[in-house]
Each structure stands twice: as C-alpha cells, then as structure tokens.
Design a protein around this ligand. Structure first.
Ligand code: PEP
Length: 251
C-alpha cells in the first residue's frame, strides 16, 4: 500500500520566527503518519528551529534543495551529509525553479539524487512540463527523459524509496490547477517509466505526487485518482490552517 504523502514547499518565504509559529500551530492537528504522511520542505536556515518545535514529531521536516558533494569548498551550498545528521528525511531535488533560475541540468539533478541516497535520505524529484510542450505533444518525451536522467545509475533498492512529483510548470504558482485527468496522466506516465526502467513491482510501490496550484478546495479530487499518491503544494502550504486542511483532505 502506498501511504499518501502531502508535502509543502515553502520556497524562499517565511522567517525563523514564522516557521516556528507554523510548527507550533500544526502540533496535534495532522493525521497519523501511518495513514497520511505529511512533510514541509523549508529553507535550510529554518530547519533546526522547526525540528525543535516539532514536539509531536508527526510532520517530516524536509529540505528544499542540497548540493551533490557531501562537503568542501562550495560556498553557499547545503551539504546532504549535514542535512542527514540533523535528522532530515527528505529533500526536494530538481524543482522547476531550480532548473530554470539556477541552471540545474539533468546531470546535476542525477548527481544530487545519488548524493541524497548516499546520505540516507529520500529525494522528492520534481519533473516539469511547459504548456508549450503539452500543446506540441512533446511532454511525454520530456517527462520520461527527466525521470530516466534523474535515475541514471540509481539501484533498484534506492529507486524503490524515491518520491517523484509531476509538476507542470504552467500550473505552478499560476492558480491554474491541472485537471484531475491531466494530473492522473502525468503520474501514470511517471509510474510507467519506472516500470520500464526497473519493474512493475517497483513502480507500483513508488509514490508519485502531483504539484501545481493545489489548494484545500481541489485536493480531494486530485487525490481521488489512482496514480496520484500525494501532492506537493507551494503557496497553500504557507498558511498553517491551509496546510492542516490539505493534510486532512480525507475528512
Ligand atoms: C511548487 O512550488 O512545487 C508548487 C506546486 O507551487 P504552487 O502550489 O504554489 O503552485
């Protein structure tokens, strides 16, 4: 059984004080992790405060990004080794904003995926798709190639733990959510790609998320689709009451 994963991505928002306030507000209000797993990816400089404020220990405090080397002369980067030592279980890798604004290539993303696994964490790998590619029919190759490139050289043992998010860039931050058919189609495509690279069994165990303008009032429809195992929510994960509603989408 694939346990749903409702994950937030704060991007470069909030402060240490407001991150702490969020953590205090959500304690005792999230579903049990063996029913619905919840995570929030936050800037590295908030993580220690968030871990300390996570008194019920239900939310998985996650990172938004990290580097592919464990340590060294890489000014300004975040070490995956240090994240793991802090007790961070997940980090996002390959978000479309990292690809677009920070020139992260498929090769860099693949190195990061390997570094995250090497350090005992799980990557939430994002695959994007532009509206142009959707309209030209190129999206299928694009998504398949991103998944294959991210997983190059990754063992089946590690790949079985991965989380992949289908995040059409035309839906991110735009207020335009993919239809439930589009979300299902993207997540199905990712699962089929995993089956082609590894096996049906492996693909059936991996959680595939949808991301792009998910809100409390549209999450239930998206989560109702067979191949959608969770969501990655940006804007609607910032406010504590909105995140609590996302997490409790089944109620
Ligand atoms: C995201 O940043 O991954 C995202 C899906 O953002 P939003 O929910 O704001 O569209």
């Amino acid at each position: 059984m694939r346990i749903p994963l409702i994950a937030g991505n704060w991007k470069m928002n909030k402060s240490v004080a407001s991150a702490k306030q969020f953590m205090t507000a959500i304690q005792g209000k999230l579903p049990a992790a063996d029913q619905v797993e919840t995570a929030v990816a936050a800037p590295a400089l908030f993580l220690q405060t968030m871990l300390e404020a996570n008194t019920d220990n239900v939310l998985r405090v996650a990172a938004e990004a990290c580097y592919y080397e464990d340590e060294g002369a890489y000014t300004g980067e975040t070490s995956p080794k240090a994240l793991h030592e802090m007790g961070i279980p997940y980090t996002i890798v390959g978000h479309s904003e990292r690809r677009r604004y920070f020139n992260e290539t498929d090769d860099v993303i693949n190195r990061k995926v390997q570094a995250v696994f090497r350090n005992g964490m799980t990557p939430i790998v994002c695959c994007d798709e532009t509206m142009g590619r959707r309209e030209s029919g190129e999206r299928i190759h694009w998504v398949v190639n991103q998944v294959s490139a991210a997983l190059k050289g990754v063992s089946a043992e590690d790949a079985a733990k991965i989380v992949i998010a289908y995040e059409p860039s035309w839906a991110i931050g735009s207020g335009t959510t993919a239809s439930t058919d589009q979300a299902e189609e993207g997540c199905y495509l990712i699962r089929q790609t995993l089956a082609d690279i590894y096996s049906d069994d492996l693909a059936n165990g991996v959680r595939v998320l949808y991301g792009g303008s998910v809100k409390p009032d549209n999450i239930a429809g998206i989560m109702g689709r067979d191949n959608v195992d969770g969501v990655l929510a940006g804007g609607s994960s910032l406010d504590e009451s909105s995140f609590i509603k996302l997490a409790n989408y089944q109620n």
